[in-house]
Write a protein that binds this ligand. Structure first.
Ligand SMILES: Nc1nc2c(ncn2[C@@H]2O[C@H](COP(=O)(O)OP(=O)(O)O)[C@@H](O)[C@H]2O)c(=O)[nH]1
Ligand SMILES: [Mg+2]
Length: 293
């Protein structure tokens, strides 16, 4: 009897959704960062076992009011993933569950719900945690709640077991020896964006989009050409840095991250272009794949 389920990961920004998915997969497939709104798309990650396939959708963190069109599109991705789910996995920050933020989503969850109280490695007050768990159980009407730490891989397996229990009997939907159906160009562009989130401050992380323009697989090394889009000329200057130092560092860090993931040597060439105010422009958002044509 083979089981398979679409599991949508839902939660507030920074709860640890992407970290949790990576812990499940045992690989850094999706990018994570302390900055909010690191994840912009719905990204699938697949856990394969001889008896089951769990197809996880990592999603952007939910925000109440979008400030610009890109955020509208991000919330669209969340709603679409909820529609397709067999099971919803709600990830809460175990330190501050903030359940009231889910009022608008509670009724949209029509399938079974599993809840992770994440970051318990940071929780000092165990009594408060237990009281919070009881409150969360009551609010969402589920007993399936687990204290976990995605970062330290604590009790991630408890969640997997609960998800498999709830999974319908069904043959696999995806290739059973791959952790993702995302194309490598997209994953690589995300890895470059992850390094931008780490290296740059203020508005830069929110203003960039990365696109891989050419990917040549060669025997000894993969040749990758990517463009970093920013919203303004001034941002281009910051990204280049003094004498090109910033982009050089970005190139080195990104290359290492990509090499670790694809387990192969990489030649990476980065260029920077200005696409004025792309985050508020429907046509550009379409071009970058945030809204459908
Ligand atoms: N201490 C601790 N930090 C975590 C845990 N899970 C995630 N984080 C951190 O929380 C931040 C946000 O994680 P991320 O997965 O990007 O959150 P997302 O926005 O929900 O996808 C990152 O700095 C993670 O390293 C955890 O279990 N314990
Ligand atoms: Mg994320």
């Amino acid at each position: 009897m083979f089981k398979t389920a679409f599991v949508t990961i839902l939660g507030l920004p920074n709860a640890g959704k992407s970290t949790f998915l990576n812990a499940v997969l045992g690989e850094d497939l999706v990018i994570t960062n302390p900055k909010a709104q690191t994840t912009r798309h719905r990204i699938k990650g697949i856990l394969n076992d001889k008896d089951y396939q769990l197809v996880f959708s990592d999603t952007p963190g939910i925000i109440k009011e979008s400030a610009y069109r890109l955020q509208d599109a991000m919330m669209g991705a969340v709603n679409e993933s909820l529609d397709d789910a067999d099971v919803v996995l709600l990830i809460l920050d175990g330190q501050f569950p903030k359940i009231e933020e889910f009022e608008a989503y509670k009724d949209k969850i029509t399938c079974p719900l599993v809840i992770a109280m994440n970051k318990v490695d940071l929780v000092q007050d165990q009594e408060k945690l237990q009281a919070d768990i009881d409150r969360v159980k009551e609010y969402f009407g589920t007993e399936l709640i687990f204290a976990v730490s995605a970062k330290e891989n604590f009790n991630v397996s408890g969640i997997i077991n609960a998800l498999v229990d709830l999974a319908p009997e069904h043959p696999a939907f995806y290739d059973t020896d791959s952790i993702s159906d995302e194309n490598v160009r997209f994953l690589v562009s995300e890895m470059i964006r992850e390094q931008i989130l780490t290296q740059f401050k203020k508005e830069i992380p929110y203003s960039v989009e990365v696109s891989v323009t050419e990917y040549n697989e060669k025997e000894k090394l993969d040749e990758i050409f990517a463009t970093v889009f920013v919203e303004r000329d001034s941002q281009k200057g910051i990204m280049l840095g003094k004498g090109g130092a910033a982009i050089k560092n970005l190139g080195i860090a990104s290359r290492k991250r990509i090499e670790e993931f694809i387990k192969k040597k990489v030649f990476l060439s980065l260029s920077i272009k200005v696409k004025k105010d792309w985050r508020t422009d429907d046509q550009q958002l379409q071009y970058f794949g945030y809204i459908k044509k």
